[in-house]
Design a protein around this ligand. Structure first.
Ligand code: PBG
Length: 324
């Protein structure tokens, strides 16, 4: 005789829905947006079907469309023209530059939106790295000064959350101190705590033309083989004053998401990165899998692993297709 028949709880759609443990909702999602110079400009990213770089006027329209669908949070990334890049990423705190101007506009028209900025040198760096480069080495402490200045400029322009994605040591504490010194005690920090040196960032670097000009990012981003080190990184960010801890990428690192959610009471975020999006889109375009189902399943697994917040290029599409 079989006493326990777990299939009873799967016997109808109504029961399956009733016992479902994890439900992704629109407010869990942050939609990354790519900004370019110009007016009325949009260009699709080849390796990310359905995702566009927008000029700032069209970004406003995109944000409005997303908010009408129930997506209120956005992560903004700039595509900076090569001629404005330099060794010290000085364009990153230019008040009249593309990024800070667009940020001010967005917060002016949509004060109820939540905008997370990117604190990192690579989009503005002639070396394509997240830190200052000297003799082929990425300098840690001098980079902090650039990051601090960038974060304060973004806070001044209206950032709700600053997101250091650079992986320099001590940057969360440094940025917190700089923000507080300038009176921005209400600006949050989402720390890219466990950010791995991953092959899955390829399409993002296409979108921003931000690939490193030499070498790789392995002296600052984490080794994909390491799990325990993620706890050290998260602990430091927690102690330095982070408001959210993030794991990046998401799907290949669900174990890391789980560990951080078991060990820290701050909200855990996960970045479902460009390559994860590209893989599903490419396979769907070839008819090799059902793209919608793969999207729902991926986002649900990331949340099930322990991420309350998911940064994903699927955000808008999810909101359009989500039936709940
Ligand atoms: C760099 C940065 C990267 C991403 C976000 N910020 C790429 C990198 O580290 O080279 C990747 C996001 C994605 O792939 O979707 N500061």
């Amino acid at each position: 005789m079989i006493t326990h028949r777990p299939r009873r709880n799967r016997k109808s759609a109504a029961i399956r829905a009733m016992v479902q443990e994890t439900q992704v909702i629109n407010s869990d999602l942050i939609f990354p947006l790519f900004l370019i110079e110009g007016k009325n400009m949009s260009s699709e990213i080849k390796s990310m079907p359905g995702i566009y770089r927008f000029s700032s006027d069209l970004i406003l329209k995109e944000i409005e469309a997303c908010m009408n669908l129930g997506i209120y949070s956005f992560a903004l990334f700039p595509n900076i023209s090569e001629s404005l890049k330099d060794k010290y990423a000085t364009e990153s705190y230019n008040d009249e530059g593309l990024y800070l101007k667009a940020l001010r506009d967005i917060k002016k028209y949509f004060p109820e939106s939540c905008i997370m900025t990117d604190v990192a040198m690579d989009p503005y760096s002639s070396d394509g790295h997240d830190g200052i480069v000297e003799n082929g080495e990425i300098l840690n402490d001098p980079t902090l000064e650039v990051l601090g200045r960038m974060a304060v400029a973004q806070a001044q322009a209206g950032a709700d959350i600053v997101g250091p994605s650079d992986m320099m040591d001590g940057r969360v504490g440094y940025i917190r101190q700089e923000l507080d010194n300038e009176g921005f005690t209400k600006v949050s920090i989402m720390a890219y705590s466990a950010k791995y040196a991953s092959a899955f960032y390829g399409p993002f670097r296409d979108a921003l033309d931000s690939a490193p000009k030499f070498g790789d990012k392995k002296t600052y981003q984490m080794n994909p083989a390491n799990h325990r080190e993620a706890i050290i990184e998260a602990q430091l960010d927690f102690e330095e004053g982070a408001d959210f801890l993030m794991v990046k990428p998401a799907l290949p690192y669900l174990d890391v998401i789980k560990t951080l959610s078991n060990n820290f009471d701050l909200p855990i975020a996960a970045y479902n990165v460009s390559g994860e999006y590209a893989m599903i889109k490419a396979a769907a375009q070839n008819g090799w899998l059902d793209g919608d189902k793969a999207m729902f399943e991926s986002l649900t697994s990331i949340k099930r692993a322990g991420a309350k917040i998911i940064l994903t290029y699927f955000a808008k599409e999810f909101a359009q297709k989500n039936k709940i």
